[in-house]
Design a protein around this ligand. Structure first.
Ligand SMILES: Cc1cc2nc3c(=O)[nH]c(=O)nc-3n(C[C@H](O)[C@H](O)[C@H](O)COP(=O)(O)OP(=O)(O)OC[C@H]3O[C@@H](n4cnc5c(N)ncnc54)[C@H](O)[C@@H]3O)c2cc1C
Length: 444
C-alpha cells in the first residue's frame, strides 16, 4: 500500500478538483487520482461556471478559460437565444485545474484508478495495470471520474454520441460559436479565432460506422449543416474524428456514510444545456459540506445524505424535463427518431410545478451552513422545490417571523440589519423576496 489519506478523490475534472480543494481547506488530507485522457476539444463555459470557479478559488483554471463570445443558435429554423459563453480548450483547462488542486495542498497523482473496493479498514483503490499491492487507502472515497465512472444508471436518456473534429482556421477569422439542427441531430461549431471544433450530436443507434470511416461520416454530416460548414471554408482538419458518449445519465448509489458520487459521475447532463462544467463546479462546492459532515458529525449523516440525494436526483429529473421541452421546440421533424425520442424523454410531467400549485411553504430541510449540513427552516416554492434558506446572506424564515411579529414597523429594516451585521440593502432584498412569495408555515 503506497499511500493513505482521509479522502481519495478519483478524477481531476472540475467536480473532483473543486471538492478536493474545499476538503483540503477544512484540514483533511486529500489525495486526487487522475489521468488526463480527454481528446483535444473545445467546450463553451457558461458565465455561471466562471463564477463558481472564482468562488472555489481556481485561479489557474480561470486563467485557462478562453475567449468570450455570443453564441448564434438556429433552432426550429429561427435565430434563438444569444447566450454568452467562453470557448475553452478542455485539455488546457484540465491541466490548470490540477495546478489549482496542488496549490490547495491536495496530493495530485497522475495515474489511472483500477480496482475499487470497500473493506473494514476503508476504501482500497488499485493502480490500473500495476501489481495488486500498489494502490491507495482512504476513509472516504469521492467518485468523480466523469462519464468514465462505472455506474448503475437510475435514469438514462436516449443513447447519444458526439462526433467531433478539430480544424486549423485561416488567419483573420473571429472567435465564434453557433448551433444548428437537422433531421438526425444537432451540431455545434466553436472557434477561438485560430482553431475550431465542429461537433455533431446523433443517435448512437443504429450503429455508427467503424473508427476508420468516422472521418468520411463526419464530412458527410457537414453537408447537413451548410451554415456551420461555411464557417469552415479554407480550414484544415487536425487529427482524427473523436466519438464521445453524450447521453444523459443519472446514477444510482449517490452517497453512503463513506462515499459520494459527484459531477458527471452522478448526473451527466445533456451537453445541449451547455452547463456541464457549471453543474460540476456547483456539485463540487456543495459536496464539501456533505463530506465534512459525514466525516466529522456522523450523527448528522442522514441529513447530509438526504441533502446530496435531493440535490442530484431531484434536480436531475427536473433538468432532464427542461431539456425535453427545449428539444420539443424544434418542430420540423417530429417523426424523426432523434427528435421524437428526446422531445418525450423522460416523461410527460411538467418541468416545474405550476406557480399556482400552492403557496410557498415553510418546512424543515437539510441546508448547508458554515461548512456542515444541518436541518433548518427553508421556504419551498414551485420553482425552488429544494427550498431557499437565505437571500443576500439573510436567513429567510427568522426574518419573516420577526417582520410579521413587528408588523414591519418603522426602523425594522435598519434594526434587523444591525443585529445581523449586514447591510440594510440585504435585508430589503430578502424581504422583497419574502413579500413576493408570502410563505405560510404549518399551522398558519
Ligand atoms: C460531447 C460533449 C460536449 C460537452 N460540451 C460541453 C460544453 O460545451 N460546456 C460545458 O459546460 N460542458 C460540456 N460538456 C460536459 C462537461 O464535459 C462535463 O459535464 C464536465 O466536464 C463534468 O465534470 P466532471 O468533473 O464531473 O468530469 P470530467 O470533467 O469528465 O472529469 C473526470 C476526470 O476523471 C478522469 N478519469 C477518468 N477515468 C479515470 C480513472 N480510471 N482514473 C483516474 N482518473 C480518471 C478523466 O480523465 C477526467 O480528467 C460536454 C460533454 C460532452 C460529452
Amino acid at each position: 500500500m503506497s499511500a493513505i489519506a482521509d479522502v481519495l478523490v478519483l478524477g481531476g475534472g472540475p467536480a473532483g478538483v473543486v471538492v478536493a480543494r474545499g476538503l483540503a481547506a477544512h484540514g483533511l488530507d486529500v489525495l486526487l487520482l487522475t489521468r488526463r485522457r480527454r481528446p483535444a476539444a473545445f467546450e463553451g463555459l457558461a458565465g455561471r461556471a466562471l463564477d463558481g470557479l472564482r468562488h472555489a478559488g481556481c485561479v489557474h483554471a480561470l486563467a485557462a478559460v478562453g475567449v468570450e463570445i455570443r453564441r448564434d443558435a438556429e433552432w426550429n429554423g429561427a435565430a434563438f437565444g444569444g447566450n454568452r459563453e467562453w470557448i475553452t480548450d478542455r485539455p488546457r483547462f484540465d491541466a490548470a485545474l490540477e495546478r489549482d488542486a496542488a496549490d490547495a495542498g491536495v496530493r495530485v497523482l497522475g495515474a489511472r484508478a483500477g480496482h475499487v473496493e470497500h473493506r473494514a479498514d476503508g476504501w482500497h483503490v488499485g493502480v490500473a495495470g500495476a501489481p495488486q499491492a500498489a494502490g491507495w487507502r482512504a476513509r472516504f472515497l469521492v467518485e468523480a471520474r466523469g462519464r468514465a465512472a462505472p455506474r448503475q444508471p437510475l435514469l438514462q436518456g436516449p443513447p447519444t454520441t458526439a462526433l467531433a473534429r478539430r480544424y486549423r482556421l485561416p488567419a483573420g477569422r473571429p472567435a465564434a460559436s453557433a448551433i444548428d439542427t437537422f433531421d438526425a441531430g444537432w451540431a455545434w461549431f466553436a472557434g477561438d479565432g485560430s482553431e475550431a471544433v465542429l461537433q455533431f450530436f446523433l443517435d448512437t443507434a443504429p450503429a455508427l460506422p467503424g473508427r476508420s470511416t468516422l472521418a468520411a461520416h463526419h464530412a458527410a454530416l457537414l453537408g447537413r449543416v451548410p451554415a456551420l460548414a461555411a464557417r469552415l471554408a479554407g480550414a484544415t482538419p487536425l487529427g482524427e474524428v473523436h466519438a464521445r458518449q453524450a447521453q444523459t445519465l443519472l446514477s444510482d448509489d449517490l452517497v453512503s456514510p463513506s462515499h459520494l458520487r459527484l459531477g458527471d459521475a452522478a448526473f451527466a447532463i445533456d451537453p445541449l444545456s451547455g452547463h456541464g462544467v457549471f453543474e460540476a463546479v456547483g456539485a463540487g462546492l456543495a459536496a464539501v459540506a456533505v463530506i465534512n459532515t459525514l466525516l466529522r458529525r456522523p450523527q448528522q449523516a442522514a441529513a447530509a445524505m438526504a441533502f446530496h440525494r435531493e440535490r442530484v436526483a431531484g434536480d436531475g429529473l427536473r433538468k432532464a424535463r427542461i431539456g425535453r421541452d427545449f428539444y420539443a421546440l424544434e418542430r420540423r421533424w417530429p417523426q424523426a427518431p432523434f427528435w421524437a425520442a428526446r422531445s418525450r424523454w423522460p416523461d410527460a410531467e411538467p418541468a416545474h410545478a405550476p406557480a399556482a400549485a400552492g403557496a410557498a411553504r415553510i418546512v424543515r430541510r437539510p441546508v448547508s451552513r458554515d461548512g456542515f449540513i444541518v436541518e433548518d427552516a427553508v421556504v419551498v416554492t414551485a420553482e425552488q422545490p429544494r427550498g431557499v434558506w437565505q437571500v443576500a446572506g439573510v436567513p429567510l424564515v427568522p426574518l419573516w417571523q420577526a417582520w410579521r411579529g413587528a408588523a414591519g414597523g418603522p426602523g425594522f429594516v435598519a434594526g434587523y440589519a444591525e443585529r445581523l451585521g449586514v447591510a440594510p440593502a440585504a435585508v430589503h432584498a430578502a424581504l422583497a423576496w419574502l413579500r413576493a412569495h408570502a410563505p405560510v408555515a404549518a399551522g398558519d
